[in-house]
Design a binder for this molecule. Structure first.
Ligand SMILES: Cc1cc2nc3c(=O)[nH]c(=O)nc-3n(C[C@H](O)[C@H](O)[C@H](O)COP(=O)(O)O)c2cc1C
Length: 371
């Protein structure tokens, strides 16, 4: 029997070869939002790694919505053109599908790269840019004060999500995940820690959800009907008085009613006061709770290095897909090793056939000689 982790799920018209997903990972290596050779090699390796889906890193819908100067974007034509090589590589090689995470940094923008003084805000004198948010509340001491978005500003951001979605469709990307987590713009509207507005976009849960849901509706309407659209959430702020798992369930139900196809359940990132109980699979109970409340497939993520554990979490209904970040940086062929450990089959490119024992032996038995 095929192990649960390796069984092919279907999201709308998109069938994935298995449930192993490359979680979006910022590479801070773009130039003016454009993918570079780094992206071709970094993302290209996963096309031929056996995973079912790669989600391209947080790709920002506006220039001022970048986290750092090295972040990817989908705002001018040049950004779209720069991704063509990556999309073509996926079309020609391997059988992983390719999606993108669409993002806006909000009040956590205008920072250095993580390896430049741990990603702290850019100092005055460097090429900084003004940030925006629900309220004029900086993320932390020393961070820029965001300008609260007014009605015109909200419309501009919604429009930017729509334009980026059209670009993603034109490129032939197969799935979109909206980044609604980790303290960036959309999450900052949900959380009472960052949203203290007195208008229709703040206060009650319905009001705090309003802008993220409007952004979702705008993307869903601009995206292709047959292609899946999901949302990454931080299921809790891990701070008293912050966004909660129960609210995440309610948000998930609203998303489902609007045509959302999956929720990726992450957590935290919205407040420097967070107390995160990090440990193996620590976000799985959150994923299970959101899955149950929302009635949607969930992508679990966070410290899942052991294939048996990753497989069990799907068998036991805690999640439907397994997004992996650091495990796949450490070992880009994690999926091959998972298949071997679980006793399942895994695809591989013909160039690598001699490295994949069972296929190689089958070829030998069938009489292929090979050099
Ligand atoms: C280098 C790096 C870059 C990341 N960039 C993103 C990103 O662009 N979008 C996002 O939602 N999460 C991002 N994350 C978080 C991961 O997608 C993932 O949720 C987190 O690392 C936990 O999974 P893991 O334990 O498998 O690494 C990043 C993580 C790493 C290590």
């Amino acid at each position: 029997m095929t192990p649960a982790l390796l069984s092919p799920p279907r999201l709308r018209e998109l069938e994935l070869p298995n449930r192993i997903v490359v979680s979006p990972m910022c590479q801070y290596s773009a130039v003016d939002g454009c993918a570079t050779d780094w992206h071709l090699v970094h993302l290209g390796q996963y096309a031929v790694s056996g995973v079912g889906l790669t989600i391209i890193e947080a790709t920002h819908v506006e220039r001022r919505g970048r986290i750092s100067r090295g972040c990817m974007g989908l705002y001018p034509d040049e950004n779209e053109a720069a991704l063509v090589r990556v999309v073509d590589f996926y079309r020609r090689h391997g059988n992983a599908r390719l999606g993108v995470q669409m993002a806006h940094s909000g009040r956590k923008g205008s920072t250095r790269r993580p390896w430049e003084r741990r990603g702290e805000p850019l100092p005055a004198g460097e090429e900084t840019w003004p940030t925006v948010g629900p309220s004029a509340l900086p993320f932390d001491e020393g961070w820029p004060q965001p300008a609260p978005l007014d009605a015109a500003g909200l419309a501009t951001v919604r429009g930017a999500f729509v334009q980026a979605t059209r670009r993603a469709a034109r490129l032939g990307l197969e799935l979109i995940e909206i980044h609604n987590a980790h303290g960036y713009l959309l999450h900052s509207f949900l959380s009472p820690l960052s949203n203290q507005r007195a208008d229709a976009y703040g206060g009650s849960l319905a009001n705090r959800m309003r802008f993220p849901l409007e952004a979702f509706d705008a993307v869903r309407a601009a995206w292709l009907a047959e292609r899946p659209l999901g949302v990454r959430i931080s299921a809790t702020d891990w701070v008293d008085g912050g966004w909660t798992v129960e609210e995440s369930g309610e948000f998930g139900r609203e998303l489902k009613a609007r045509g959302c196809d999956f929720i990726t359940v992450s957590s935290g990132g919205g407040s420097p006061k967070q107390q995160v109980p990090v440990g193996e699979g620590y976000q799985l109970p959150l994923a299970a709770a959101v899955r149950e409340a929302a009635g949607l497939p969930v992508m679990g993520v966070g410290m899942l290095f052991d294939p048996a554990h990753a497989n069990r979490a799907i068998e036991e209904g805690q999640r439907d897909l397994a997004a992996i970040a650091r495990g796949l940086l450490h070992d880009p062929h994690w999926a091959w090793r998972a298949a071997a450990a679980l006793g399942g089959e895994m695809s591989h490119p013909p160039q690598y056939i001699r490295g994949y024992l069972s296929s190689w032996l089958r070829e030998q038995r069938a009489g292929s000689s090979g050099a």
